[in-house]
Write a protein that binds this ligand. Structure first.
Ligand code: C5P
Length: 219
């Protein structure tokens, strides 16, 4: 563990997508490279934090400095997050699938020859951020993310209240920004005091900016 302002602080980071199986070979997922989550985990440990990194199946390398917990589904992520608590702070970067397929089985769904696609029923996944924010093991500082395509500040401010977290890092992911899948980010930090727009910068710099703000808040 490195020395720094977050030394002695245990911080949870969720990252990546979740995969929700339809059958053994198919799944539902959100797009997420996991790059921002990995960068945040690295930035927090660079300031001395002990990081628990709960990740879905992302393509990006895992942070070398963190304790890594690999999961596949949202329900597994919720259980891993609960097991990682208590923590001093938590950052919810994961792009969690909103639904899972009810009764996803162990045999592959076959085309039935009629051209009719199979039907399946979806059920809502747990909202991990909202559950932790309102739970009895709530970390002192809870940070959520919001990917928005329009009215970014208004939507992210409403999301902060709805989820019960302390901060929201809001991103404008409308296609023109090139942020989704890109190397840069343009974030706005939403707190109880209002909206603080950050400059357009790399995902590593975004992570360092957030980690520094968290260190200020936690020390
Ligand atoms: O509602 P929405 O998906 O836009 O919220 C995004 C924030 O909530 C992110 O911080 C994400 O990690 C978190 N989230 C979660 N569990 C879910 C859905 C979203 O933790 N099931």
């Amino acid at each position: 563990l490195r020395d720094g302002p977050l030394r002695g602080k245990r911080i949870l980071v969720t990252s990546g997508p979740t995969h929700e199986p339809i059958d053994p070979v198919r799944y539902i997922a959100n797009r997420s490279s996991g790059a921002q989550g990995t960068a945040i985990a690295e930035a927090l440990s660079a300031l001395g934090a002990e990081v628990v990194f709960v990740t879905g199946p992302a393509d990006t390398p895992r942070p070398i400095s963190a304790e890594v917990v690999e999961v596949e589904t949202a329900r597994q992520m919720a259980a891993a997050v609960d097991a990682a608590l208590p923590c001093d702070a938590a950052v919810f970067c994961a792009a969690v699938a909103d639904w899972h397929v009810v009764g996803a089985g162990s045999s592959k769904i076959k085309k039935d020859g009629t051209g009719a696609p199979p039907g399946f029923e979806l059920a809502e996944n747990p909202d991990i951020l909202a559950t932790v924010s309102r739970g009895d093991k709530r970390p002192r500082l809870v940070v959520g993310f919001a990917a928005e395509t329009d009215d970014v500040i208004a939507h992210a401010t409403a999301k902060r209240k709805r989820k019960g977290c302390d901060w929201i890092v809001a991103n404008d992911v409308s296609p023109a920004t090139g942020i989704m899948g890109g190397t840069q980010n343009a974030a706005i930090l939403i707190t109880a005091e209002g909206a603080d727009p950050w400059l357009r910068m790399s995902k590593a710099e975004t992570a360092a900016t957030l980690a520094a703000r968290m260190a200020e808040a936690l020390t």
